[in-house]
Write a protein that binds this ligand. Structure first.
Ligand SMILES: [Fe+2]
Length: 383
């Protein structure tokens, strides 16, 4: 028996931001990033819709890329003073993930951050506030996942906080918000959504719902990502990518991910490589590695008119290039000396990452290290 976890209410389609005017409550805090939501006018529109619903609004802005636990604690203090009954994460996944983490510390101020790292250890939420997620990027699917990724800068480690308590109450999937997203972020985040489709489909949790969503999401990404990168104001392509990102998020929220994410979390924390960018570097080689333990890749390849796991890996490499992404870690500008100095450390952390447990093939430390090395050099994995 299984339970499907999903945001309770999902508003989707261009213009769905206006659903905020139908929210019932007293006080809402909007958590957002640097300036893009302000510049595009989305923040002001969100505030106006909430005020139309007679809700008092406060804004916590300036959440950085790869938000830190320190930022989350700061936001929780602001929430403690304001006492909102709605928390609205508005922006990229960094803003929404930070808002989710603030939510935990708002409801449980004495929580020890280290205690949250253990999967499913978040206490019962919604005693003080409920959560609305409004993504401005089409990638992580955080608007429907029980996941928040927070970085401990001192240790150089990204921690996924995993709990179905963090699945938002309301998701607003409005592709028009994404029109101002720069091409490189559209590319990176779209490749993250693509990775979610593949990893959820082959994960070791069997789930018919995740299978259908993964296949559908993969098809939409292949049909729309290039267009969204090239013509950012094409709202149809934007909405399609936003829908695909949600579907991929819903798929992996219920089937989980694999070692592409385990490998990616480490290079993101240590070198700041954008998450979707590193995913797209690792994904083709991880498909080649996992193919030895999973017979599911040909089914997935068929969705895009291909036949084999190798075809799928090569189609992803082609798409990666078509949307102007790099194909190896060294192209990010990391020296061989620096890479080799940190390789054992990141490999050990990748093996310990919670996503490793859901990979269809159980990796050894040596295998993960060899995948890292091949992807650093831009070589093909053949074991
Ligand atoms: Fe991801």
């Amino acid at each position: 028996m299984s339970k499907l976890f999903i945001a309770s209410e999902i508003f989707h389609g261009a213009g769905s931001l206006q659903e905020l005017k139908n929210i019932e409550g007293k006080k809402a805090i909007i958590v957002t990033g640097g300036s893009s939501m302000k510049k595009s006018g989305t923040l002001d529109r969100a505030i106006a819709f909430l005020e139309e619903a007679n809700i008092e609004v406060k804004v916590f802005d300036g959440v950085e890329e790869d938000p830190s636990s320190a930022t989350a604690m700061k936001g929780a203090e602001v929430m403690h003073d304001f006492q909102p009954d709605w928390i609205v994460g508005l922006g990229g996944c960094s803003a929404i993930d930070a808002a989710k983490t603030m939510w935990i510390f708002y409801e449980y101020p004495d929580t020890d951050f280290d205690s949250l790292i253990k999967p499913f250890s978040v206490p019962v939420l919604r005693k003080k506030a409920k959560f609305i997620a409004i993504p401005s990027t089409s990638g992580t699917g955080t608007e429907t996942t029980g996941l928040a990724v927070i970085t401990d800068r001192e240790k150089g480690v990204k921690y996924p906080i995993v709990s179905y308590e963090l699945t938002p109450d309301i998701a607003i999937v409005d592709g028009a918000i994404c029109a101002s997203m720069p091409a490189h972020i559209t590319s990176n985040t779209g490749l993250d959504a693509l990775t979610h489709c593949v990893e959820a489909y082959v994960s070791n949790i069997e789930n018919n719902f995740a299978d259908v969503l993964s296949k559908g999401g993969l098809e939409i990404v292949f049909n729309n990502l290039q267009e969204a990168v090239k013509n950012p104001t094409n709202i149809v392509a934007r909405q399609n990518m936003h829908d695909a990102s949600f579907m991929a998020g819903l798929a992996f929220n219920n089937a989980w991910l694999g070692i592409v994410h385990s490998l990616s979390h480490q290079v993101g924390a240590l070198y700041g490589i954008p998450h979707g960018c590193s995913n797209a570097i690792f994904l083709p080689n991880v498909i080649r590695y996992n193919e030895k333990a999973s017979n599911r890749f040909p089914d997935l390849a068929k969705v895009i008119g291909k036949e084999t796991a190798e075809d799928l890996a090569q189609a992803i490499e082609k798409l990666r290039g078509d949307v102007n992404n790099i194909g190896s870690i060294k192209e990010f500008g990391i020296s061989k000396e620096d890479w080799e100095k940190n390789l054992d450390y990141i490999t050990a952390n990748a093996l310990a990452d919670p996503c490793t447990g859901f990979n269809p093939r159980k990796p050894t430390l040596e295998e993960l290290k060899a995948i890292y090395q091949a992807c650093y050099n831009g070589e093909v994995v053949n074991f």
